[in-house]
Design a binder for this molecule. Structure first.
Ligand SMILES: Cc1cc2nc3c(=O)[nH]c(=O)nc-3n(C[C@H](O)[C@H](O)[C@H](O)COP(=O)(O)OP(=O)(O)OC[C@H]3O[C@@H](n4cnc5c(N)ncnc54)[C@H](O)[C@@H]3O)c2cc1C
Length: 452
């Protein structure tokens, strides 16, 4: 066993870990980045980036179908070829991280390919080398697709997001198991490319962590596009035979050529030596303080912290951990205004608490909402201009604690609501603003006027 000293080891190079390793390298620290798959993690190779390329293409196809209602005729023959090529060539370099490794090294980090295991405070073992970090370890091991314990599922050739983004040909029919953000994004993409799609969701609605009104708008949009939405069902079993998947839903069965499981993620925390640093070895999340410290000589960032499985959370936490490592001052981590967007059409953007979460937290709550299609911009937009704005106010403090924006640019309208919730801008101040006519965000003024 070889021992190598350094300042910091970054174990797992997802978005936050990669960012930390690069910044620490640039700051002149001796940093070792450890990654056993692809530098950059799930987001650039299997998540955000390829899925958003798929979505951009699918939305264009849908817009062509809509043109007949606007001003003429156009036809489109959806072709997956350009989408698959773009993902392979522009997003993932054919799932090759050579460029990312080069960037890491050019910024002063040492790269170690392999599975890292914690071996006591500040120590990480990779193969026959133990890296001994003077300052400590940044843990960023992320998540992997999880499969629910459904009778018959294991052993079938079901897909996860990692298969879905690498497709070169599409099936005729697809069941998407899971109606959360990832499942919904994929479902709509494939449906818009002509695949017969059924979404099966155990919760009683799609995107169940969002406001119920948002789920309703999205479900209507899906059904209008011919997506079969089965929410509130229990899947008794999965059978795969004759090149077909069949899901037994109790009172009904659904079948399709392929099955995509998008039913949650599992933190990569098994067998990584958490017990050697004084943490339980069966953790689902790693608890951190407001400086991202998780223990002696240990920081944790990203999905494993359970504060929102989003790239922007990983990057946010990484910046905080960096400041702590470098001894710099800065704001501590706060999660009262975590924004998130499901990039369906309409997009579903949310920030802070839903109405139910605010009530469960014991706040005195008022809500206001408005349908986007009733706004001037939604009306003039025409087909596809539907959605909603909903705001949640803590009346004791007179500030918004949550907001939802569903619409063609829901994730962009969200920016306004995110500032309001993050900075705790008084509702009275928001009401004195001038909202440009006729923007989508002007509907926020109507939602605020509806607070009751
Ligand atoms: C289909 C899909 C779409 C998504 N879309 C969005 C989106 O639009 N916006 C958004 O904000 N988020 C999105 N996400 C979520 C986003 O991808 C993650 O939140 C993001 O990647 C941050 O993850 P992370 O930093 O925890 O690390 P991850 O990206 O999970 O990376 C962790 C890395 O650690 C490595 N690793 C694990 N264990 C070890 C070990 N023992 N030794 C060495 N290396 C190890 C893994 O190989 C991996 O590369 C999406 C996810 C999916 C699946």
């Amino acid at each position: 066993m070889i021992e190598v000293e350094c300042d910091v080891v970054v174990l797992g190079l997802g978005p936050g870990g990669e960012h930390a390793a690069i910044k620490l390298g640039r700051a002149g620290l001796e940093v070792v980045g450890v990654e056993d798959r692809l530098v950059g993690g799930e987001c650039p190779y299997y998540g955000c980036v390829p899925s958003k390329m798929m979505i951009a293409a699918a939305h264009l196809v849908a817009d062509v179908h809509r043109v007949k209602d606007f001003g003429g005729t156009a036809t489109v023959q959806p072709d997956w070829g350009p989408v698959a090529r773009r993902i392979r060539d522009e997003a993932t370099d054919d799932w090759d991280d050579t460029a990312a490794v080069k960037r890491l090294v050019e910024n002063g980090a040492t790269f170690a390919r392999g599975r890292g295991v914690l071996d006591g405070p500040g120590r990480v073992r990779v193969g026959d080398t133990t890296y001994v970090a003077r300052k400590g370890v940044v843990l960023n091991t992320g998540t992997a697709p999880a499969a629910p314990p459904i009778d018959g599922l294991q052993g079938t050739p079901y897909w996860t997001n990692r298969d879905a983004v690498a497709l070169t040909e599409l099936p005729k029919s697809l069941i998407v198991l899971g109606g959360g953000p990832i499942g919904c994004e994929f479902a709509q993409v494939f449906a818009r490319f002509g695949v017969r799609v059924t979404v099966v969701e155990v919760a009683d609605r799609l995107v169940a962590t969002e406001e119920p009104e948002a789920s309703e708008v999205l479900t209507k949009a899906f059904e209008a596009e011919g997506i079969d939405v089965r929410a509130g069902v229990n899947v008794a079993s999965v059978v795969h035979d004759d090149d077909q998947f069949t899901l037994d839903l109790g009172s009904d069965k659904v079948s399709a050529e392929k099955l995509l499981v998008a039913a949650g993620r599992k933190a990569n925390l098994d067998f990584i030596g958490l017990d050697t640093v004084g943490l339980g070895d069966d953790l689902k999340v790693v608890e951190t303080d407001e400086r991202m410290r998780a223990g002696d000589k240990l920081w944790a960032v990203g999905d494993i912290t359970g504060k929102g499985a989003f790239t922007h959370v990983s990057m946010y936490q990484s910046a905080i951990a960096l400041r702590d490592i470098l001894g710099e001052k800065g704001a501590p981590a706060r999660y009262h205004a975590v924004p998130h967007t499901t990039f369906t059409d309409p997009e579903v953007g949310g920030v802070g608490m839903t109405e139910q979460q605010a009530r469960d937290a014991g706040l005195s709550v008022r809500t206001g909402s408005t349908a986007l299609e009733k706004s001037s911009r939604g009306f003039t937009h025409g087909p596809g201009g539907h959605g909603l704005i909903k705001v949640v106010e803590d009346t004791d403090r007179g500030v918004l604690v949550g907001g939802t924006a569903v619409g063609p640019a829901g994730g962009e309208i969200l920016g306004f609501l995110a500032v309001a919730v993050h900075a705790e801008v008084p509702v009275d101040t928001l009401r004195t603003m001038i909202y440009a006519y006729p923007t989508f965000h002007r509907a926020i003024e109507s939602a605020l006027a509806d607070l009751s």
